[in-house]
Design a protein around this ligand. Structure first.
Ligand SMILES: Nc1ncnc2c1ncn2[C@@H]1O[C@H](COP(=O)(O)OS(=O)(=O)O)[C@@H](OP(=O)(O)O)[C@H]1O
Ligand SMILES: [Mg+2]
Ligand SMILES: [Mg+2]
Ligand SMILES: [Mg+2]
Length: 355
């Protein structure tokens, strides 16, 4: 089934924008006790929880039958000890839901002055993200703050939302509050929304006015040996950066890699700021989550690129909340992708024979 209605796109853009406004406003006011450490030792902040509450509220009001695969859940917030955190999340989520940002939004989306929710409503709305995913049907994949560590450092992070139908990503929306509007002017204005609809291309919009602005089409340019470079994770625990270095040298790449948190990497690739997004598993058995790749992979495909794992197989969004056994991710323009795939295979072989 292809996406024929523009309603999903408009709703997703509105929801992502509200969450981005929330996240950037909260950044300067974050205090120490507003961050928790999850069981997997990764951080989660009041911004992650309240952004998930806001986006799930919008989706629940507009597409009440659609399940949501969201990164966060409210279990830790229900604890007695979390009362301060809970109140702050309720305050932030309601501020974002009731803010007067109406331009382009429909009255039926339930946003604006009368749309505040109670604590219990907000906690159960966060928990609407508990869907297990799977092969068939419609579902949304949500990463309310992707690159939480980048968010905490004041660097790149992204609010990421995708609509998946029968295991195929049909719509992807990514908000990047800290990403320069143009990579050629890194100290210029910041704040972009990227939108991809399957079969309709990839576009960039300004975060502060996504509805009245004309979307800018984006596509992956042709790279030369001199201009090609890698886009990679900042966190060493998230990807095997030593492997990337070998691939770069195997390909004769001379430009240094660009390190950036979050799916801003997919966005940068889609508009040509970097040539290859390479993410190889670190070997600790971590499974990639669908919300970390769904919108970004469609954006890159719609910008003329190819996204696969390190065997050249497509990413499978129908396996549940994760992408299954981790074979990494290679995303690049069509012609570059096959070269990177070959180089990855060569480096893997080299590593195997030297062991
Ligand atoms: N061990 C391990 N291996 C691979 N990936 C992991 C791992 N742990 C976490 N994550 C996920 O990485 C998401 C952010 O990673 P990025 O590479 O995009 O950014 S970063 O530069 O590493 O911060 C990050 O997303 P957020 O949790 O939304 O910030 C995680 O989903
Ligand atoms: Mg996280
Ligand atoms: Mg993430
Ligand atoms: Mg996240």
């Amino acid at each position: 089934m292809s996406l024929t209605s523009a309603a999903e796109k408009q709703v997703a853009v509105a929801a992502v924008r509200r969450a981005c406004v929330l996240a950037s406003s909260v950044f300067n006011k974050l205090v120490k006790n507003e961050t928790l450490t999850k069981d997997d030792k990764s951080p989660v902040t009041v911004a992650d929880y309240s952004a998930q509450a806001v986006i799930n509220t919008v989706l629940s009001r507009t597409f009440p039958d659609d399940p949501i695969v969201g990164e966060e859940d409210a279990a830790d917030l229900r604890l007695e000890s979390a009362s301060t955190l809970r109140s702050r999340i309720v305050e932030l989520a309601n501020e974002a839901l009731t803010a007067d940002l109406r331009a382009g939004e429909q009255p039926t989306w339930g946003l604006g002055p009368d749309s505040a929710q109670t604590v219990e409503e907000l906690l159960s709305t966060i928990d609407r993200g508990n869907y297990a995913g799977g092969r068939s049907g419609r579902m949304w994949a949500l990463d309310p703050i992707d690159g939480t560590k980048g968010f905490l450092r004041g660097e790149q992070y992204a609010v990421c939302l995708a609509l998946i139908i029968n295991s195929r990503v049909e719509l992807g929306v990514i908000g990047c509050p800290n990403l320069p509007v143009s990579a050629s002017d890194p100290s210029g204005p910041r704040g972009c929304i990227f939108v991809a609809v399957r079969g309709q291309g990839a576009h960039q919009l300004p975060l502060d006015d996504p509805f009245s602005s004309t979307p800018t089409p984006i596509s992956i340019p042709t790279f030369t040996q001199e201009t090609l470079n890698l886009l990679e994770s900042v966190e060493k625990a998230h990807a095997k950066l030593s492997f990337n270095e070998k691939v770069a040298s195997n390909l004769g790449i001379t430009r240094p890699p660009t390190r950036m948190d979050s799916q801003a990497k997919y966005c940068s690739l889609a508009r040509g700021d970097g040539g290859v997004y390479l993410r190889m598993p670190t070997g600790v058995g971590y499974k990639e989550k669908i919300w970390d790749h769904a919108p970004g992979s469609l954006l890159v495909e719609e910008a003329g690129g190819v996204v696969s794992d390190s065997r050249g197989e497509p990413l499978d969004f129908g396996l549940g909340r994760t992408l299954g056994e981790n074979f990494g991710v290679i995303a690049a323009g069509k012609h570059v992708h096959s070269k990177v795939l070959d180089a990855v295979k060569r480096v893997k072989e080299e590593e195997e024979t030297s062991q």
